[in-house]
Design a protein around this ligand. Structure first.
Ligand code: PMP
Length: 374
């Protein structure tokens, strides 16, 4: 981990911001209960795994050729899925864009709409990668604070004041937010879109956890027609149980999609990825089949943690942020020693646990009794 100094090394010098920086690194440990990166704990059935394998084999026959650069078949299917999921009219393929995870989608947005002399605005506590997209693209990253714990809400006033203060080219709103789990009222999204319109700023709503939102909580997808500067980003990594395949996507005005196409690397989405994602979309009932269970496990864990006396952030996602009674790093380590891996993120003293299977969640509760006694 120790980066050699220039004096001690003949190696080339990385640029400012990169030299000495650590790569993204949530621990990847072999543990009985991995509850640290908000994955869906349920993998595909043997039948679906075989279907995905067949699709990959069919794609393999043509791997001497570059993949379909525009992935229009996949983009159309993603649009059809969103229509069913959010009750919107199916966006046409040219309004949808796909890349290797929503990380790449957002990186591409920053490449196209950020850059030197431009500012991107987010709200703390936020997903750890946002400042890194900004660094990579020479965009200034500025933040304002979400409302106080344990609600961590974001008000129209806070968002419009931060936009007025920073004049950002890009605003990133996350709903439900990572690491707090907070979903946004659509009036906040609308106010941000309206506040950015006069300066032609871009509003990105990151809905990586959108499918886990509680009943009655609408998606920002429903606002797309009314706000041409709005982008909604989604992923197949979470509810869709496909983190290993790397497929994220966005919906926006086709002009925004066309702008992103300028900065994307040629053939960025492999033929295998496209085939796997199309097969997964065709079997979405199975892959999304555990979302209801994960939501009810979330609500049960929320109640359990409150009954123990923890401060708990209300969550619309597949994880819960809660405040530990004692030193959070000690609690993290004591849980790990019991085979339960969670995440020490968010404000000091808070911990985030992803929902796993009922067995995982029971193991977490049991381990917490000893790791963080009341
Ligand atoms: N946005 C948020 C809020 C996230 O939490 C994550 C992953 N943890 C991502 C985007 C990126 O996920 P992926 O690249 O797997 O789509």
């Amino acid at each position: 981990n120790s980066a050699p100094t220039l004096e001690s090394s003949a190696l080339p010098a990385p640029r400012d911001g990169i030299a000495g920086a650590a790569p993204y690194g949530a621990p990847q440990l072999e543990v009985a209960h991995a509850l640290n990166v908000n994955e869906n704990p349920y993998g595909p059935s043997a039948e679906l795994a075989a279907a995905i394998g067949r699709a990959a084999a069919d794609a393999a026959v043509g791997l001497n050729r570059y993949p379909d650069r525009e992935a229009l078949a996949l983009r159309a299917e993603l649009g059809a899925y969103l229509a069913a999921e959010s009750g919107i009219e199916a966006p046409e393929a040219h309004s949808v864009w796909a890349a290797n995870g929503s990380n790449e989608v957002m990186h591409q947005l920053l490449l196209a709409y950020g850059g030197p002399g431009r500012t991107a605005l987010g709200f703390t506590p936020h997903y750890s990668m946002y400042p890194e997209y900004a660094r990579d693209t020479y965009t200034d990253w500025v933040t304002a604070e979400r409302g106080p714990a344990p609600e961590f809400t974001l008000s129209v006033e806070a968002v419009t004041a931060a936009i007025a203060e920073h004049s950002p080219s890009i605003v990133v709103l996350t709903s439900p937010n990572n690491p707090t789990g907070t979903a946004l009222d659509l009036e906040v999204v609308e106010a941000a879109a309206a506040a950015l319109a006069p300066t032609r700023g871009l509003l990105v709503v990151d809905e990586a956890y959108g499918e886990f939102r509680r009943d009655g909580v609408p998606s920002a997808l429903t606002l797309l027609g009314a706000h041409p500067n709005l982008v909604v980003s989604r992923t197949m990594s979470k509810a869709f149980a496909l983190a290993g395949a790397r497929l994220g996507y966005l919906v926006a005005d086709p002009a925004i999609v066309d702008t992103v196409r300028v900065v994307r690397l040629p053939y960025h989405l492999s033929a295998v990825t496209q085939a796997v994602a199309l097969t997964a979309l065709a079997h979405r009932e199975e892959l999304l089949g555990k979302v209801a269970l994960l939501r009810s496990e979330r609500d049960a864990l929320d109640r359990h943690l409150r009954e123990r006396g923890h401060d708990v952030a209300p969550s619309d996602a597949n994880f819960i942020l809660f405040r530990s009674f004692t030193d959070r790093d000690a609690v993290f380590e004591a849980l790990l020693a019991r085979g339960v891996l969670i995440r020490a993120v968010g404000p000091a003293g808070w911990l985030r646990v992803s929902l796993g299977t009922p067995e995982d969640n029971a193991a977490f509760r049991t381990a917490l009794e000893e790791a963080d006694p009341r």
